[in-house]
Design a protein. Structure first.
Length: 227
């Protein structure tokens, strides 16, 4: 489940498909923006969608024409939906700047998984370019590194993962189970007590340079970043 609602623009001239996709993605905590033709897509772009589902066969402007017009200034993923099975059409859509091409009829679960995958990729790209400063502590997300006054803290992979999760959601409390799942990739039934040891080591490495608290313990709940 996503913490913030992502905006998904669904463009299709079939009301049944619009309704099906709206119902599904709203249940997945998305904010749905609708368009019934190519011109409406152009008019909805000011709502800054995070991803666009674009039917190829739409009136006024078809999906290919819309993509060609907007790709230069719209950076979010564009996923084509189409009943056209010819390889030439798929190639055309991708060459025009589409990120994916899904044939109708499609599995709604597969479509949802692809949408989430594209959004995760976009978040990863944004994170890779990011540097956050917390006083004299700096986190270089693209390098997977943390520095204090320019000195590397030499965190392990798991230690860095904990710092990344907490610092990207400063103020939000994460349980040991949530941190274990996010950093180790296992389910929450695994031994999350190891997270306590990792956090102790992170604090010790930061403590070599400063007494400031960055990771706060919320007793009985978990941990949060307050740097």
């Amino acid at each position: 489940m996503m913490c913030e609602k992502k905006r998904i623009l669904i463009a299709d001239d079939e009301p049944g498909i619009i309704q099906l996709l709206r119902d599904y993605f709203e249940l997945q905590n998305y904010q749905v923006i609708e368009a019934r033709n190519g011109l409406e897509v152009l008019g909805r772009l000011n709502q800054e969608p995070d991803i666009i589902l674009l039917d190829v066969n739409m009136p006024m402007l078809d999906g290919f024409a819309v993509c060609e017009q907007i790709r230069a200034h719209v950076v979010c993923p564009i996923v084509f939906l189409s009943a056209k099975v010819e390889e030439a059409d798929r190639i055309k859509g991708l060459m025009l700047g589409g990120d994916d091409y899904i044939l109708k009829p499609f599995s709604i679960e597969e479509l949802g998984a692809r949408v989430e995958a594209h959004l995760r990729r976009e978040e990863r790209k944004k994170t890779d370019e990011m540097v956050k400063l917390f006083g004299r502590l700096s986190i270089h997300y693209g390098e997977y590194s943390v520095y204090y006054e320019g000195q590397p803290l030499n965190l392990t992979k798991t230690e860095y993962g904990i710092v990344e999760v907490l610092s990207l959601h400063a103020g939000q409390v994460f349980s040991k189970e949530q941190l274990y799942e996010r950093t180790r990739g296992f389910d929450g039934n695994a031994d999350s007590a190891i997270i306590m040891e990792h956090i102790r080591r992170i604090r010790n490495k930061i403590g070599k340079y400063t007494d400031q608290t960055y990771i706060q313990t919320v007793w009985g709940v978990g941990y949060r970043w307050i740097g």
